[in-house]
Design a protein around this ligand. Structure first.
Ligand SMILES: Nc1ncnc2c1ncn2[C@@H]1O[C@H](COP(=O)(O)OP(=O)(O)OP(=O)(O)O)[C@@H](O)[C@H]1O
Ligand SMILES: [Mg+2]
Length: 712
């Protein structure tokens, strides 16, 4: 009886191979990458690429490398046949691009492949064609040629119609091929590269062997890129700071005078062209904070890591690798980029074009200056909804279609909910707001740099261990969300309930808990490296302690007189803290003067001070919650107490509740929005427990909402 179940059958090998081929070769640019890598593996010093119809009709890569041994020709396109590794262990030390023996095989299953090869000193070249992994029956034939190898791939996807249809126009496919070649050319300055469309004498890429990478980048991308490149070099081996990993960076990044609307991010890890979204985002965020919003960077980076730290076998197209210490490495690079940019930001130059006599001044003087900004400026459509003025279609395309359109824009201060509410504010106020925000962000970043100066590291083992615990307990996805969120606004500022958006999802977060954790982490990261801010009026500890005790034991009979009176206990607390004054100052920047008064508090974030009304609780917590006998436990508790003290706190706000139109933002909400949340992006490593205990809760997903609306 036919019950709908079908028997399991082994797939024919040609089906298996064609399926596998589809994983390796998606489009002509993948084939170009594989062929160029083979040429480089063969020791080529010149590589010529030609493409017809964007590589769909023909893609040919000619090199002057060592050529293919004639005996090897029958195996050239056989799956899993390679000359580059022999055992799985070889992968650990594999320095060649290839190792799977799959690239040419894949091509031969979805295209017609021809190889012409000639060893140096041979009398002639040899040519043979391949289909479905095998050499043609005609075998290899002698022919005229030059030393090296030329592989031609014709009629890509002739037997996979869906793939063929999915390819873009010839010019788009050609652009992708060119992009791949440009990137390899950027890396290998010792190899000459050319690329042209077949039948055209003009090359689209002409990169002769270059003396330096800047010279090479100029040949590839033109002088606009090359003239403003800053060197990013770093080596853990020569760094003053100690690292748990080995890393060498050789990079060039654009400075403040480079103008582009698109990021170019070229990343090689151990010479492999790879993608690393977190690193790209981290670099972009630094540029976004320091340079004018519309400017996107050009970044070339070659990271060298120990082979054993990198797993190259994680993606069929080899475009991804996994490497150890990713977060720490991203952090190091981010701070290096930041350092370079802050140094260059002060020397920004502007090109001024002289107006021809009689030419009309566009918009005139000051207006002309701001005209570029108008593109990104915000308008109020009368319903309190602020929108970016960029053409709608572009926005939609960028957002990946209507269902992914989101209301807020991470790059606009106006994207936050508060901006939507502040209808009362005039446009001048808004402008001023924006400028202030940018200034603050830059100031904060400068401050961070000073505080998080990578030449500083706390030598205490206990602190190092606590910092390691933080890193080990970090929740990666949550970290991504925090790092790349757009703040929507406060739902209930007094309770610390805020909304943040990440991509198409909306999250409700407990800002008090988040900031508490961030200040805990800042304390440990900056341990023994705090500056202090002086209190306007030093606060006497006995009074603070007494106040806190009275508050805590307000209930009748809750105080046990066996400990003495509250005044006596408050005096004891003051004495005990005065005894610890040196240590508190040196490690935490808490200043206690001779009169047993707190006269200074640590600067955790520039522009941020804790709610002074919490000072009594803080003093009591120092006395009650800290175990002063065990070093590690003591430092951990001190950091916790400081975390609680510095956490944002809407409860102490004295905003008029009768401000009925709800448009007024309290000072603490403002500081939270402008200082604390931006700082979280870089400073907070959210622990795993946050994912379970409600500190961050996803409350909506835009795609799903659209589905619901569609049904309605
Ligand atoms: N341009 C070339 N010059 C010399 N030998 C080549 C060239 N291209 C390919 N070969 C030889 O053909 C073999 C198969 O190449 P193929 O690209 O299919 O596999 P691979 O490079 O070994 O591994 P991978 O699939 O990871 O690229 C190579 O191992 C190499 O010996
Ligand atoms: Mg290969």
């Amino acid at each position: 009886m036919d019950d709908g179940r079908r028997a399991i059958k082994r797939l024919a090998s040609d089906v298996v191979n064609r399926v596998a081929a589809g994983e390796v070769i998606h489009r002509p640019a993948n084939a170009a990458k594989e062929l160029v890598e083979n040429a480089l593996d063969a020791g080529a010093s010149t590589i010529h690429v030609q493409a017809k119809e964007g590589g769909k009709r023909l893609l040919s890569v000619q090199d002057d490398g060592h050529g293919v041994r004639l005996d090897d020709l029958p195996l050239l396109c056989e799956r899993h046949a390679t000359s580059k590794i022999e055992t799985y262990e070889d992968l650990k030390t594999c320095a060649s691009f290839g190792f799977r023996g799959e690239a040419l095989a894949s091509m031969s299953y979805v295209a017609h492949v021809t190889c012409t090869t000639m060893a140096r000193g041979a009398a002639h070249a040899t040519r043979c064609s391949y289909a479905d992994g095998k050499m043609d029956r005609d075998g290899a034939k002698p022919c005229a040629g030059v030393p090296g190898t030329t592989i031609s791939v014709e009629n890509l996807f002739f037997n996979v119609v869906t793939r063929q249809k999915a390819l873009k126009s010839a010019s788009e496919e050609y652009a992708k091929i060119l992009e791949v070649l440009q990137r390899y050319a950027a890396l290998r300055t010792d190899v000459a590269f050319t690329c042209r469309k077949q039948g055209e004498s003009r090359t689209t890429l002409h990169a002769p062997v270059a003396e330096s990478r800047v010279e090479r980048l100029q040949a590839i991308y033109g002088p606009a890129v090359a003239k403003d490149l800053k060197t990013l070099e770093f080596d853990t081996a020569t760094s003053k700071k100690k690292f748990d990993f080995k890393l060498k960076i050789d990079g060039l990044i654009s400075g403040g005078n480079y103008h582009s609307k698109r990021t170019t991010f070229i990343l090689f890890i151990n010479s492999r062209l790879v993608e690393c979204a977190p690193l790209k985002r981290a670099c972009e965020s630094v540029y976004a904070a320091i340079l004018p919003k519309a400017e996107k960077p050009f970044i070339f980076m070659h990271l060298q890591l120990p082979f054993e730290d990198v797993d190259v076998n994680v993606h069929p197209t080899k475009q991804e690798v996994q490497f150890l210490h990713q977060d720490a490495i991203v952090e190091v690079i981010q701070s290096k980029v930041e350092k370079i940019l802050l140094a260059t930001n002060s020397t920004r130059s502007f090109t001024v074009q002289t107006l021809l006599p009689g030419a009309e001044r566009l918009g005139g003087g000051a207006n002309a200056e701001t005209s570029g900004d108008k593109e990104n400026s915000v308008r109020d459509d009368g319903f309190g909804v602020t929108q970016a003025k960029t053409p709608k279609t572009t926005q939609r395309e960028k957002a990946g279609g209507d269902h992914k359109l989101v209301r807020t824009d991470a790059n606009l201060a106006a994207g936050s909910l508060d901006a939507y509410l502040q209808r009362a504010m005039n446009s001048e106020g808004k402008e001023h707001e924006k400028i202030q925000e940018v200034r603050r962000a830059v100031r904060e970043r400068r401050g961070q740099r000073v505080e998080a100066d990578d030449t500083y590291v706390c030598e205490l083992t206990s602190v190092r261990e606590l910092n390691e615990q933080i890193a080990n307990a970090a929740h990666r996805e949550l970290g991504e969300i925090i790092k790349n969120h757009t703040l929507v606004g406060a739902v209930d500022g007094r309770k610390g309930v805020w909304l943040m958006q990440h991509q198409t999802r909306l999250y409700m977060v407990d800002a008090v808990k988040l900031s508490e954790e961030m200040f805990y982490q800042i304390t440990l990261r900056n341990f023994a490296n705090f500056g202090s801010q002086a209190l306007e009026r030093p606060a006497p500890i006995p009074e603070l302690a007494l106040c806190a005790l009275k508050d805590k034991f307000a209930e009748p009979n809750s105080w046990d007189d066996a400990d003495g009176t509250m005044e006596q206990v408050a005096e004891k607390i003051a004495d005990m803290l005065a005894e610890k004054a040196d240590m508190l100052k040196e490690y935490l920047g808490i200043v206690i003067d001779d009169g047993r008064r707190i006269s200074g508090l640590p600067v955790m974030l520039p522009g941020y001070a804790p709610e002074i009304g919490k000072l009594p609780e803080f003093v009591l917590a120092l006395a009650e919650d800290v175990d002063w006998t065990d070093e590690k436990a003591c430092f951990e508790a001190l950091a916790r107490v400081l975390g609680t003290f510095y956490a944002i706190d809407g409860a102490h706000d004295d905003v008029d509740d009768d401000d009925t139109n709800g448009t007024k933002e309290s000072p603490s909400l403002r500081v939270a929005r402008l200082v604390v949340f931006p700082a979280m992006k870089r400073r907070l490593l959210p622990p795993r427990r946050f994912a379970d205990s409600g500190e961050v809760v996803q409350i909506a997903c835009l795609e799903r909402l659209y589905k619901i609306f569609e049904r309605c």
